[in-house]
Design a protein around this ligand. Structure first.
Ligand SMILES: [Zn+2]
Length: 301
């Protein structure tokens, strides 16, 4: 009952605060660990969660409010997203703690240009042989991004087009350009293994539309495209743990998992429900943007 009340309270606060449905935080009490990790971004002690293994070839090296993921291959490492501010060393330290060598990073995939995902990439770019990969239009956007904390930003490198792949050793990752959160947000489509058994994983790099009608239209088109290609997706990999209300529960279940237990991150129905929910959000946001535009014909976008 208490949890229900909180759910309602959080949704209502979300609605009041933004005028948008904040479904992704439903179910989290304000003082829960998940909600504190989402909100207390400056609480370094809280944010510095230890890195952990999720699949045979996928590890979490992010902090509490924003993710960074490590994919291991037979010939080197691939990192997805790189954090910001006080946390820029966190993925690198995590990689070391897990027993890998950051010098073996071959590619860094940046899901989109926002600084919480890209700022840490500047120093990783200094390592020899590392290529940074991001959507073409997001490299342009990064060059113009407001940078209030004067982060050193990565230099433009590999510009992704729809369907491009990243290959290291026997691992190939397919990239989709799914704009709307940013102009060229990436979708990362890859295989994870649990005790050798393969599962298709998908990471949608920006699961909320940016401001304005164009972004809302682009976002809806992207969600529709994910819907087309989601058959067979079994694992949702999130850019921010709070996008999955059960993320930390899954982590706990994984840690106490016994032989034969199902893998808590293998949940195809969760992925499909999420895409359906994003479609509703996108449609509502587009209606809102159109109504705003109709009421205010001068502000076209
Ligand atoms: Zn973002």
């Amino acid at each position: 009952m208490l949890a229900r009340t909180w759910t309602l309270a959080v949704v209502v606060i979300g609605l009041l605060g933004t005028g948008l449905l904040r479904v992704e935080i439903a179910g989290q009490a304000p003082d829960s660990r998940a909600e504190r990790l989402r909100r207390e971004t400056d609480n370094v002690a809280l944010q510095n969660v230890a890195p952990f293994k999720v699949f045979d070839n996928l590890y979490y090296v992010g902090v509490g409010y924003v993710g960074s993921w490590l994919i291991t291959t037979n010939q080197g490492l691939i990192l997805i997203d790189t954090l910001e501010g006080a946390y820029k060393e966190h993925p690198i330290e995590g990689i070391r703690k897990l027993g890998f060598d950051p010098a073996n990073i071959k590619y860094v995939i940046l899901t989109h240009y926002h600084l919480d995902h890209t700022a840490g990439a500047a120093r990783i770019q200094e390592l020899p042989g590392v290529r940074l990969v991001m959507g073409d239009a997001d490299w342009d956007a990064l060059a113009r991004v407001p940078n209030p904390n004067n982060e050193r930003l990565p230099r433009r490198d590999v510009a992704v087009k729809e369907g491009d792949t990243v290959t290291v050793g026997t691992t190939t990752i397919k990239l989709h350009v799914l704009g709307g959160h940013t102009p060229a947000t990436l979708g990362v489509d890859f295989t994870v293994y649990d005790g050798g058994k393969p599962y298709r994983a998908f990471m949608f790099g920006g699961a909320a539309p940016g401001p304005g009608r164009q972004a809302a239209e682009q976002f809806l088109a992207s969600v529709n495209r994910i819907e087309q290609l989601q058959d067979g997706v079994q694992v949702r990999v999130v850019t921010h743990p709070w996008m999955d209300p059960q993320f930390w529960e899954r982590v706990d279940r994984l840690a106490s998992r016994k032989a034969g237990d199902p893998h808590p991150f293998v949940a195809p129905e969760v992925f499909r429900a999420w895409i359906a929910e994003l479609k509703m959000t996108a449609t509502a946001r587009l209606d809102e943007a159109r109504a705003k535009e109709a009421a205010n014909p001068g502000s076209q976008r």
